[in-house]
Design a protein around this ligand. Structure first.
Ligand code: APR
Ligand code: ZN
Ligand code: ZN
Length: 362
């Protein structure tokens, strides 16, 4: 029996979001209906609302979520009703070349639920943000988008691993391969950069240098585990990072802004054999100009990080366990918890830049 729930809809480009009644079909083969307990407000939700991702309005927003599996469709064996799960953007196929090579984050054949959620009354089909749509009391996903984790964790904290926090931690531990004793620099200390700092700390980095243009962000970064902070409006960050690393540059530099000047800083701030990890997403017109001799003269690696290069079934339960053991602070990322009808207000606060995460709790 299809059911009706409340959900946050972005009706059209730049229009305010509103709470509407959404129809959730019963799960079909390979699908699951999840009762959402918490869902974080991410920049990507704002980008959907602004029409910056695509024009498939109306969107059902929300994609950093945790909840309880309510019902599953035919052929679903990995999760069962009652399981506490974190949702991820897409189920991977497990069969393609990328999956078989152990790099499922590059899977060629990812999928979401096949059936559509619709608006009650009009029957209009909804596009769920990142294939999730979790600013809703319940949502329909592919069962492969659900990862079971220890239910002892608070849902508001667990949901964060579904997007931004995983992207940052994964950039450090998966893509960057930060290891004990490394010097790490993180350029851009918003939610993603701060998560990269937490990841570097978890991996045992010796020095963690936070770079930002905003002193308030640097204060938060220090609380998240940065050992040094650099305000790049006051000093050249490349020189500062070199000075803080005995003149060598950082073993791993993580760029979490997405601008040409910070890409360039990341390139030059690394040790000759160091790794640059690009997490910040540039816009299509941005270009980076580098002398080829500098590219040739530096070994190491230049990598981009895609969803923290995470394997949800491996990384979500591990990070939740580390959190429950007191070894990974995730609570600090939750600035405030809000109600479903406060998402528009949360976007305004996000714009002002004074929150790490507002999390809708149900
Ligand atoms: N140099 C250093 N820091 C900068 C600069 C700069 N030139 N310009 C902006 N910043 C800082 C901001 O002060 C802020 O602290 O970068 C940070 C960006 O943080 P958010 O806007 O909160 O973005 P966040 O959610 O952390 O995402 C960062 O990662 O996943 C991508 O799409 C995401 O490109 C975005 C990036
Ligand atoms: Zn997100
Ligand atoms: Zn695949």
């Amino acid at each position: 029996m299809a059911q009706e729930v409340r959900g946050v809809i972005a009706p059209g480009k730049n229009e305010p979001v509103r709470v509407e009644t959404v129809v959730i079909p019963d799960p079909g083969p390979g699908e699951a209906v999840v009762r959402i307990q918490a869902c974080g407000v991410c920049h990507t939700d704002l980008h959907y609302k602004q029409g910056g991702i695509n024009d498939d309005f109306p969107f059902l927003l929300g994609h950093e979520a945790a909840g309880i599996v309510e019902t599953v469709g035919e052929g679903v064996s990995d999760v069962a009703p009652g399981d506490f799960v974190i949702l991820n953007w897409r189920a991977v196929c497990g069969q393609c070349r990328a999956c078989k090579r152990g790099r499922p984050w590059y899977c060629f054949d990812t999928h979401n639920a096949q059936q559509k959620m619709t608006l009650a009354g009009t029957g209009q089909e909804l596009s769920p943000a990142l294939g999730i749509g979790a600013f809703a009391e319940k949502t329909l996903v592919a069962a492969g988008q659900c990862t079971k984790v220890d239910p002892a964790v608070a849902p508001a904290v667990a949901g964060l691993l579904g997007c931004g926090v995983m992207a940052g931690i994964g950039a450090a531990i998966n893509t960057g391969g930060v290891t004990r004793g490394d010097s790490v620099a993180v350029i851009g200390c918003g939610g993603v950069g701060d998560a990269a700092i937490a990841g570097a700390q978890l991996a045992g980095a010796r020095r963690i240098i936070a770079v930002d243009i905003d002193d308030a962000k640097l204060e938060t970064a220090a609380r998240m585990g940065a050992t040094h902070t650099v305000n790049s409006t006051l000093m050249d960050p490349v020189t500062a990072i070199q000075e803080l690393t005995d003149g060598f540059g950082a073993d791993v530099v993580i760029e979490a802004v997405g601008r040409p000047e910070t890409y360039q800083q990341a390139f030059y701030a690394r040790d000759l054999a160091g790794t640059v990890v690009l997490v910040g997403v540039p816009t299509p017109e941005m270009k980076l100009e580098l002398p080829l001799l500098d590219v040739f003269g530096r070994g190491g690696a230049l990598k981009s990080s895609w969803y923290g290069d995470c394997l949800p079934s491996r990384d979500f339960p591990m990070l939740i366990d580390l959190h429950l053991q007191g070894r990974l602070d995730l609570e600090s990322f939750v600035t405030e918890t809000i109600a479903l009808d406060e998402v528009e207000k949360a976007f305004e606060r996000m714009h002002r830049g004074d929150v790490l995460r507002s999390v809708v709790v149900f």
